[in-house]
Design a binder for this molecule. Structure first.
Ligand code: GLU
Length: 910
């Protein structure tokens, strides 16, 4: 009753024929019926939409095939005694003209039939007093509707059918919105929602490594919802949208040209994703052809394009390389046979078949020829059949149409078995015809689960959606021919499986085209974004930085360096002096020679310990000096060794103490000589602290000062190692000594050298051979030169640690060598080559002596020269008298051993 209230206000509208008037002037066939006990409605896009009128003249081949698929399925079901026995299914098929508003208008026919069925007509009376009955073309109420194809059509119609609780199953509408059960309560589909298709499209874009694409979508639920999901998912997966262009439903050629121009402006976005209706896709391709952009774009398209041959007809070159998504379906061979059997003469239940035939074969049927005309027509041959050789190909969604019809039939079969089983008459029972459509949808349709004609499972989820399976096709040129075809290159079922090697974007191109705003940055570069997240310029990281993430360079830190791939850092190899380097070999060799020489001298001295020459040179200090020299040579090893705390302590003590032994001893010597001569010139009194013991004590004290200074230094600057980074790429292991503090540590030694040099200068006039002052002097001058040369070299080579260490080693060894050679070579010469001169001579009579004696106040000269040897008093060789052959060369110094053996005795008298 309530239903009657709802419908009665609608009646004038429902029965107003003029509201569903044909779109064109000529008689227009909007629908067709096939009689049956139970009627199923059908909504198919038999015609394309018109530009100025609701319906276009062009027949839509896909729509015709789908409509025939419904007929085919109905025929099979009616012939199948196991489904709805004794009940025939009829159909009421409407042409939607691919337009939602027109389809809605036409769908009122379903509602009218349904409403009539539900109206209590007993209250109405005809003029002749008879009971009202439906008109002749009235097909009875529809139990359900198969269709529409375009989502926009399904959406509009579902709103209306929902009001009348008429279940609807679409074989093609994929818009996500149709899954919303609060709005479309009785809508189901044998295809999946576009959420999956959008994911598949993003997967394709990702798999060909495109990061910057443009999109074009049709106005309406299909394109708008589909692209929305695509945009969202693309963004989540770092694919940027260069531009998104909407094709208005009223778009004309100019609009398409505009879209192409806008796409062209995004030069780097060569991939274009289409979520459009078929005719929009075709018109876009035509615009691309007009705009000379045939080979500029690479298309990725939704099932709106799918695998339609008609869509790309005469646009093959523009469409070449397109990757399209189509719902996975299987050809039904029986349907092909059915189509082949159809002829316009026999297929009278399809009022649009003749037009389809003529359009398909591009001919005119005999009965459609104008009676009088002088134009020649291509008359259709009677033998023509819809066969593959004539270009016939089963439409991809035929399977889903057949499934949708079977779904209704099987659900009705259940209902029949539930409600009419006990009905004594065969056929439809009232309980069945009056069954509520809403309950029928919930109880019977949604619970279906069957296997279709080609063995695919058919079932609906709780939203009434079908299973999501897609084929991925690539439109490519046939090898060695100018023909083109769609090649299956992959599939999508929850994830993409794409055979990249089968993909051909262009028969002239062997590589995958690039669609990116900016090219990926090279190794060691980061992205500096420019507006869009996909557009950037590449910036090079510093050579000591690694790429932390694609936008950030990070410093590896001191002692670390990035790997060549710049993804992380490794620890730099520590540098320190290696024994096998030439910087180490040279000073080591030098030092070894020096050590050998020193030992030779020590050995010689020990061997000739009691000879006058050795005794005269002051054995204690001589040995100390030799030890100092040895220490200086040994320092080379401490300096070259790999730095460690022990090595660093050894270096500090070694260098400082080694020098202080040498220069301490020499200072003691020169000071002593100076004092002796100073005091000798003043009085006959022997100066104090000239005994060997005193000299050793003085020397030890001088050395102790250095030791103490070094200890203080150790406290102020504790020993250890440190890393030194002269450049970012070098890490040098060094002792924890500042260059300056090393210099300070040598200040004391420099002081010793300076004083020693002053004394050496002071005593230089003392007759040669008188002790070693001349040689000491020479040693000191050379030492000064070496030190003066060493300091700038040492500080100037701060970064070249090897040169610095080598310089220090060589300087130390040179100082030691100068001391060794200048002080000891004369003695060694005599010991080795003139042992005859290394004997004690008792007489002392020489011109030199006399000369020296003649000087005033030289009290010791007047003293008698004792023959008493005083070996312990080691005032070294003193020659009083004879001239030496050479005064300037330390190597050439000659002593007169006969006399030189004596002076100590002479001095001992002081
Ligand atoms: N999936 C499209 C839509 O929902 C229709 C495609 C077709 O008709 O094959 O509009």
């Amino acid at each position: 009753m309530l239903f009657g209230f709802l419908v009665i206000p609608l009646l004038p509208f429902l029965f107003a024929e003029k509201d569903i008037s044909p779109p064109l002037a000529e008689p227009w066939i909007a629908s067709t019926t096939v009689p049956g006990d139970i009627i199923i409605g059908g909504l198919f896009p038999v015609h394309e939409k018109g530009e100025k009128t609701a319906c276009g003249h062009k027949i839509y081949h896909r729509g015709i095939q789908r409509m025939e698929a419904m007929m085919f399925a109905i025929d099979r079901i009616n012939a199948d005694s196991s489904i709805l026995p004794n009940i025939t299914i009829g159909a009421h098929i409407i042409d939607t003209c691919s337009r939602d508003t027109y389809a809605l208008n036409q769908s009122l026919q379903f509602v009218r039939a349904s409403a009539l069925n539900n109206i209590d007509t007993s209250s109405f009376e005809c003029q002749d007093h008879s009971i009202p009955r439906p008109r002749n073309n009235y097909s009875g109420p529809v139990f359900g509707v198969v269709g529409g194809s375009y989502s926009s059509v399904s959406l509009q119609v579902a709103n209306l059918l929902g009001l009348f609780r008429i279940p609807q199953i679409s074989p093609a509408s994929t818009a996500k919105a149709l899954s919303d059960k609060s709005r479309f309560k009785y809508f189901a589909r044998t295809v999946p929602p576009d959420t999956f298709q959008s994911s598949a499209l993003v997967d394709i874009v990702k798999s060909v490594n495109w990061s910057y694409v443009s999109t074009v979508y049709s106005e309406g639920s299909y394109g708008e919802y589909g692209i929305e999901v695509f945009h969202r998912e693309a963004q989540e997966r770092n694919v940027c949208i260069a531009t998104a262009e909407k094709v208005p439903s009223t778009a004309d050629e100019r609009e398409f040209d505009n879209i192409i121009n806008k796409l062209k402006k995004k030069v780097n976005a060569r991939g274009v994703v289409l979520f459009t209706r078929a005719e929009d896709a075709r018109r876009l391709l035509m615009a691309a052809k007009r705009g000379n952009a045939s080979s500029h774009f690479y298309w990725v398209a939704s099932d709106g394009w799918g695998k339609q041959q008609k869509l790309v007809e005469s646009l093959e070159e523009v469409a070449e390389g397109a990757i399209t998504v189509e719902l996975q379906s299987t050809n039904i061979p029986e349907f092909d046979a059915y189509m082949t059997s159809l002829t316009p003469e026999e297929n009278k239940r399809n009022p649009w078949f003749e037009q389809y035939w003529e359009d398909f074969f591009q001919c005119t049927l005999q009965n459609n020829l104008p009676l009088e005309t002088n134009v020649t027509f291509n008359v259709c041959n009677e033998d023509l059949r819809l066969r593959p050789e004539y270009g016939y190909e089963q439409e991809s969604k035929v399977q889903f149409v057949v499934d949708a019809v079977y779904a209704f039939a099987l659900a009705l079969d259940r209902l029949y078995k539930d409600k009419c089983y006990e009905f004594d008459q065969p056929g439809v029972c009232p309980a069945m015809t009056q069954y509520d459509g809403g309950d029928f949808y919930q109880t019977y349709i949604l619970n279906l689960n069957f296997t279709d004609l080609v063995g695919s499972p058919v079932k609906f989820d709780k939203s009434g959606d079908g299973l999501a399976r897609y084929d991925i096709l690539n439109y490519q040129r046939l090898p060695n021919s100018s023909g083109y075809h769609y090649k299956v290159v992959g599939k999508w079922f929850n994830f993409l499986e794409l055979n990249q090697e089968f993909l051909i974007f262009d028969h002239n191109l062997t590589t995958t085209p690039v669609s990116a705003c900016s090219l990926p940055c090279e190794v060691g570069m980061i992205k500096k974004q420019q507006g869009d997240t996909c557009c950037w310029i590449c910036d090079k990281c510093e050579e000591y930085e690694y790429v932390f993430d694609e936008f950030t360079c990070s410093d590896c830190g001191p002692g670390y360096w990035p790997y060549p791939d710049k993804t992380s850092c490794y620890q730099l190899e520590l540098q320190y002096m290696r024994w096998d380097s030439v910087y180490a070999i040279v000073p080591t060799a030098f030092s070894c020679l020096g050590i050998v020489g020193t030992f030779a001298v020590i050995g010689l001295f020990i061997k000739h310990n009691d000879t006058p020459l050795v005794r005269a040179s002051g054995r204690e200090l001589s040995y100390m000096l030799l030890f100092g020299i040895l220490l200086c040579y040994l320092n080379t090893f401490a300096l070259l060794a790999k730095p460690s705390t022990v090595v660093c302590i050894t270096q500090r003590f070694g260098v400082g103490v080694g020098f202080s032994i040498i220069y301490g001893a020499l200072l003691t010597k020169t000071n002593r000589i100076s004092r002796i001569f100073d005091s000798a010139s003043k009085s006959a009194k022997r100066p104090s602290y000239i005994s060997p013991k005193s000299q050793v004590c003085i020397t030890c004290s001088l050395i102790a000062v250095q030791v103490i200074l070094t200890l203080v230094w150790m406290i102020i600057e504790p020993p250890g190692t440190r890393y030194y980074y002269p450049t970012r790429r070098t890490v040098i292991l060094k002792c924890k000594i500042q260059d300056m503090s090393f210099l300070f540590s040598q200040l004391y030694n420099m002081l010793l050298i300076t004083i020693c040099t002053v004394y050496a200068v002071k005593t230089r006039k003392i007759p040669e051979n008188f002790n070693e002052s001349k040689f000491i002097g020479f040693t000191m001058y050379t030492t000064c030169v070496i030190w003066l040369a060493f300091i700038p070299i040492y500080f100037g080579t701060g970064n070249a640690y090897q040169t610095q260490i080598t310089t220090l080693c060589v300087a130390t060894s040179m100082n030691a060598t100068v001391a060794l050679v200048c002080l000891y070579s004369p003695k060694v010469y005599i010991i080795v080559f003139h042992p005859d001169k290394n004997v004690r001579k008792l007489t002392m009579n020489s011109a030199a002596y006399k000369k020296y004696n003649a000087q005033p106040s030289t009290s010791y000269a007047t003293s008698s020269i004792s023959t008493r040897g005083t070996p312990g008093e080691n005032i070294p060789m003193e020659r009083v008298g004879a001239a030496t052959p050479s005064r300037s060369s330390c190597a050439g110094v000659q002593t007169d051993p006969q006399e030189s053996a004596e002076p100590s005795d002479a001095i001992s008298l002081l």
